[in-house]
Design a protein around this ligand. Structure first.
Ligand SMILES: Cc1cc2nc3c(=O)[nH]c(=O)nc-3n(C[C@H](O)[C@H](O)[C@H](O)COP(=O)(O)OP(=O)(O)OC[C@H]3O[C@@H](n4cnc5c(N)ncnc54)[C@H](O)[C@@H]3O)c2cc1C
Length: 392
């Protein structure tokens, strides 16, 4: 039977909610933890609609450390997350990430590279000849080089998510199908949630892991955060000329990115200023045909002949303050925490964020200090300063 009072209520069972539940239960199996998810098939969750990329190529130390922690976790993931003798396979492949650099971006990218290398990351500077040696289909005209991250790569996001859900359940977390309509508060303290069914669940701590719907949910508790849902589209392509091996996630300075997908397809996308704000999941081939294909074919001339196989749209939860996430306590509401605003990089951040939130709730000193992402900076109007290449 469903309990009516919990130590911790987590809203949303995407990667953030599932990881937070797992780390809480792993640390203290006696905790009563409820994770409330309105769609356990995850049709619209950003986690399952993502490009599945994991990279250490960021310009902010903490974002690099977060990804390095994910890489460490993935090394022994199968054995650590085994449930009833079944070890999950998350399909982690280090196919690399190649960030092309033009003259305008050279100073900042080299500064980022220095930081990444100082933290022990396997990222190198590649001159144009080396790029073509490895990837002969690429036209490097107009680029001064690229940074290549050998440990960057991809995983299967659904397998990763379900592994955390299963393990958290096996440790005693309760996953409830339902929609949270309101976060309840009494004065300056959170008291629980009200579901669409009318049921009310009490909780000492409520964690907002509702992804792109996080800001709406926060508003029900009187909390305003500068995060907006923005539609992003991905296209799957079958090219006439096959690259003859994996292409790394290749990112042009314009933001166009692509990589090989299992089955020999190419996945491609680009965040654009005109991407609509709101909960819109329609994808349109016109954008690919008119804008993205010509840009792709200029960089990879062999891809001027291809078939657009399918596409999809998902939502980035974009922090309009500084493109970085808000992780931790809301100072004006006791017991309320958030993990919102991860834009296009939240999948890889799940393990570190889940662990950090569990440490905050349990009063344990954090193993990786993520206080730079504290939501307090909203109240203080203090964006994280980072002059590096757009984080997305
Ligand atoms: C096209 C695209 C490409 C991306 N590529 C990458 C990438 O390559 N690498 C990377 O690291 N990240 C990537 N991301 C970003 C990443 O997917 C997200 O940052 C991350 O998955 C966010 O996880 P989340 O748990 O916060 O949100 P979600 O996965 O969206 O989960 C939130 C869950 O909350 C539930 N929910 C919402 N409101 C309620 C409510 N009121 N009651 C109950 N349940 C509720 C939703 O149903 C949903 O399942 C990409 C995102 C997109 C859209």
């Amino acid at each position: 039977m469903q309990r009516k009072h919990y130590d911790v209520i987590i809203v949303g069972a995407g990667i953030m909610g599932a990881c937070t539940a797992y780390y809480l239960m792993k640390t203290d199996e006696k905790l009563d933890v409820a994770v409330i998810e309105r769609d356990p098939t995850y049709t619209r969750a950003s986690t399952t609609l993502s490009m599945a990329n994991i990279r250490v190529q960021f310009g902010l130390k903490e974002n690099i450390q977060i990804s390095r922690y994910a890489l460490e976790v993935f090394k022994t993931f199968g054995q650590d997350m085994e449930v009833d003798g079944e070890a999950p396979d998350i399909g982690h492949h280090m196919i690399g990430n190649l960030f092309l650099v033009d003259e305008a971006g050279e100073r900042v990218r080299k500064k980022d590279l220095e930081l990444q290398q100082s933290l022990g990351c396997k990222v190198e500077w590649w001159p144009p000849e080396k790029i073509v040696d490895h990837y002969p289909l690429y036209n490097t005209k107009g680029y001064v080089g690229a940074t290549f991250g050998a440990e960057d790569g991809i995983i299967d996001p659904y397998a990763l998510l379900i592994a955390y859900v299963k393990k958290a359940k096996s440790l005693g977390a309760e996953f409830i199908k339902g929609e949270v309509k309101e976060i309840k508060r009494q004065g300056k303290e959170v008291t629980g949630v009200r579901l669409a069914s009318g049921d009310e669940l009490g909780g000492k701590f409520v964690v907002n892991c509702a992804g792109a719907w996080g800001p709406e949910l926060a508003r029900t508790a009187g909390v305003e955060i500068p995060v907006i849902p923005v539609k992003r589209q991905v296209f799957a392509l079958d090219t006439a000329v096959k690259p003859g091996g994996d292409l790394p996630l290749t990112v042009l300075p314009s933001g166009l990115y692509f990589r090989t997908e299992t089955g020999g397809l190419i996945l491609l996308g680009k965040s654009m200023d005109e991407d609509p704000v709101g909960y819109d999941f329609r994808w349109d081939d016109k954008r690919f045909m008119e804008l993205l294909w010509p840009e792709l074919a200029e960089f990879v001339p062999a891809f001027d002949t291809l078939k657009l196989v399918r596409g999809w749209a998902g939502l980035y939860a974009v922090s309009t303050l500084d493109d970085n996430a808000f992780i931790g306590w809301w100072p004006e509401l006791k017991g309320y925490l958030m993990a919102n605003g991860f834009s296009g990089h939240g999948l890889q951040q799940g393990p570190a964020v889940g662990r950090y939130l569990s440490e905050l709730i349990l009063g344990i000193p954090p193993k990786l200090d993520l206080s730079i992402f504290s939501p307090e900076r909203i109240l203080e109007n203090r964006p994280i300063s980072d002059d590096s290449w757009a984080i997305v």
